[in-house]
Design a protein around this ligand. Structure first.
Ligand SMILES: CSCC[C@@H](NC(=O)CCC(=O)O)C(=O)O
Ligand SMILES: [Mg+2]
Length: 371
């Protein structure tokens, strides 16, 4: 496509309930969107950075800065006519900033596919027309009683599996309470968001106790770079280790698997640099018999649409964190994703199949980057 105008759009959506993880609590989704106006069509991408560098090194202010001063100028320098497949090449000289790149690449791919009248799911080789939805539950302020209530509500809504956030001091007791309340049949996994230290005996003891609860997986117990520590403990535990923050790209995924640091991979298109790196990770895991699932970063419908199409690819055989819009937002930026029988329908219209609704955009902050 030929880019005529490229803009950053920042809009904040309040969360229906506070979302607490091992690295803090969020009350809103401060969303940074890339809007591409090409001659042939428009495209939208969502940068999944949190407002502060607490999940990984990236954060929204930094992503906006690197997009404006480094990534967009490099992308458009050789010329404004380009394919989404070229983004990786044009940005090859830049290290890191994978969430910022992902937003740019997915916005261009959206425009390109809209111009071609082709849905993202078809372009990715998706084999499902709906995807099973898991749900991620934060650490509630109200403790165990509120946790039980929230999980009850999500199970009633139809979510097919529950992922609970754990952190030092909020791990074994709440997970045992879920087991006691919902039994051994509850499909339950935990996500520590790198909150434990492999060299702290009390931390390892807590994880060892979680390993006794018949969980589907233990996600990212330790810091992202500690692949050998994950491998050492994965070998001791029955419960499979899943990595999220550690898996920054396909090369890292291959190394993590070779080191046996994990047996399951949480793939987030927004974390790994975009749709094309996502396909490379999907293919690398598939070649090694490793199941993957699509994680989430509290995306609005823009990022959620990308995730749902990715979750429909063959290797995404485990339910992901692709929840319905109303899990987070009373009113989504786009037409909502709605849970039907525990599944979300994969968009079939051109591009990502969602765009921001004008009335919600009206409240947004705009930053023209080019054009
Ligand atoms: C930025 S905090 C979100 C990171 C967290 N994501 C979730 O728990 C799922 C969020 C969602 O449902 O979008 C993860 O580490 O997997
Ligand atoms: Mg995670």
């Amino acid at each position: 496509v030929t880019v005529e105008r490229l803009e950053l759009v920042r809009v904040s959506l309040p969360l229906v309930t506070p979302f607490r993880t091992s690295f803090g609590v969020q009350h809103e989704r401060d969303a940074l969107l890339v809007h591409v106006r090409a001659r042939e069509a428009q495209g939208w991408g969502e940068c999944v950075t949190p407002a502060a560098p607490v999940y990984s090194e990236e954060y929204t202010g930094g992503a906006a800065h690197v997009l404006e001063h480094q990534l967009v100028p490099r992308l458009l320098a050789p010329g404004r006519t380009l394919r989404a497949e070229d983004v990786g090449l044009r940005l090859a000289g830049v290290r890191g900033h994978r969430m910022a790149r992902a937003a740019l690449e997915s916005a261009l791919l959206d425009a390109q596919l809209r111009a071609a009248g082709r849905s993202l799911a078809v372009h990715l080789g998706a084999t499902r027309d709906r995807v099973a939805a898991g749900v991620s539950v934060g650490i509630p302020d109200g403790g165990i009683p509120e946790l039980l209530e929230q999980v009850e509500g999500y199970l009633d809504a139809g979510y097919v599996r529950v992922k609970a956030k754990v952190a030092r001091g909020s791990d074994v007791a709440p997970m045992q309470a879920l087991r006691t309340r919902f039994g051994a049949r509850l499909r339950l996994q935990v996500d520590a968001n790198a909150g434990y230290d492999p060299d702290t005996p009390a931390d390892v003891a807590a994880l060892d106790a979680l390993d006794e609860l018949g969980l589907l997986q233990i996600e990212q117990p330790f810091a992202p770079d500690r692949l050998l520590a994950h491998a050492a403990h994965a070998a001791r535990w029955r419960t499979p280790v899943c990595l999220d923050e550690s898996i920054t790209d396909a090369a890292r995924a291959v190394e993590a698997l070779a080191l046996r640091a994990c047996r399951i991979v949480n793939v987030k298109p927004g974390r790994v640099g975009g749709p094309f790196e996502t396909v490379r990770i999907h293919d690398a895991c598939r070649d090694r018999g490793i199941p993957v699932w699509c994680g989430g970063m509290l995306e609005t419908g823009i990022g959620r649409a990308l995730n749902v199409a990715v979750a429909a690819m063959p290797g995404f055989e485990l339910p992901g964190d692709t929840s319905a819009s109303d899990r987070y937002f009373r009113e989504d930026l786009t037409d909502p994703f709605v849970l039907v029988d525990g599944h979300l329908a994969v968009p079939t219209t051109p591009g990502i199949g969602r765009e921001p609704r004008d009335e919600v955009l009206a409240t947004a902050t705009r930053l023209p980057l080019a054009g």
